[in-house]
Design a protein around this ligand. Sequence first.
Ligand SMILES: CC(C)(COP(=O)(O)OP(=O)(O)OC[C@H]1O[C@@H](n2cnc3c(N)ncnc32)[C@H](O)[C@@H]1OP(=O)(O)O)[C@@H](O)C(=O)NCCC(=O)NCCS
Length: 281
Amino acid sequence: MGVNFLVTKNDVYQGLVDLGIKTGDLLMVHSSLSAIGLVEGGSKTVVDCLLDVIGQQGTLVVPTFTYPSAFPDSANEKWVFDPESANSGVGSITNEVIKRSDSKRSIHLWHSISAIGALAQQIVSQGGNSAWDFKSPMGWLLNNGASVLLLGVPYQNLTAIHVWEIEFEVNYRLDYYIERRVRESNGNLKPLFSRVYSPKKNHPGSDFNRLGEKLEFLKKVNKGSIGNAIARFFSAEDAYCLAHEMYKVDKSCFLKKDNLVTQLTFGKTINNGKGEQCVVC
Ligand SMILES: CC(C)(COP(=O)(O)OP(=O)(O)OC[C@H]1O[C@@H](n2cnc3c(N)ncnc32)[C@H](O)[C@@H]1OP(=O)(O)O)[C@@H](O)C(=O)NCCC(=O)NCCS
């Protein structure tokens, strides 16, 4: 763990408030629990604080992805997606959200999202079989005033960019459909068609940090720390507008150049063996 002192519930709550997160926010969160330090009460405390800060008018959204690189079982053709019980492969804070009785989950084989709060049901019921087009749950929330919190993780996790890649019709990704099954709440199994948006062969790898660094340069990101985690809070609309400007000038603006990802200048980026974390020290 990055720090060996206890991070209290009040530290987490105050850190979120200091970033500018407020009542009524529609908040998409990408996170690493261990980047924060030793959090009193663990992921439960973090989710409680997020919900306390946005209040009953707000909505908390997290990715609850089950894609094969995070959750190998889902590559199996016999695998059944069960939205009520399938763990998320993208962090313990996201699994804490799934566990809550008032949590709603969208249906997609590999890229479901989960939400709690005022707009939760509306968000997860959007769209068809794509996780990323503008009609999808993710597309809908980006179009409806969402903000993003990166809690101890870099912009590389900003999956929203796939929504914009679809809109901009980038030529380095491929659409295809996979068919598996989903377990409905009554226990019945139903066919599940999911549209997947994967990198084409020879894709050089993504560099979403480039967009983030520019966004910070333009002072569109509230930066701070929660425990030892670097926290970044910004509006999805601001990120979209900049992404659009960048793409008009450079069609490869979301891709690594010379096999390198843009280094973030605020805080330190380290790899804990499970993924990249952004920390103070
Ligand atoms: C991969 C990733 C989740 C790993 O982060 P992490 O902090 O190591 O893991 P989690 O957030 O799941 O937290 C669990 C870890 O916290 C630590 N932990 C346990 N209790 C804790 C506590 N009370 N306080 C702080 N940390 C604690 C443990 O190291 C635990 O790991 P273990 O279960 O392997 O022992 C993170 O780096 C990441 O990439 N997050 C973003 C994911 C995302 O949004 N992806 C979508 C786009 S690609």
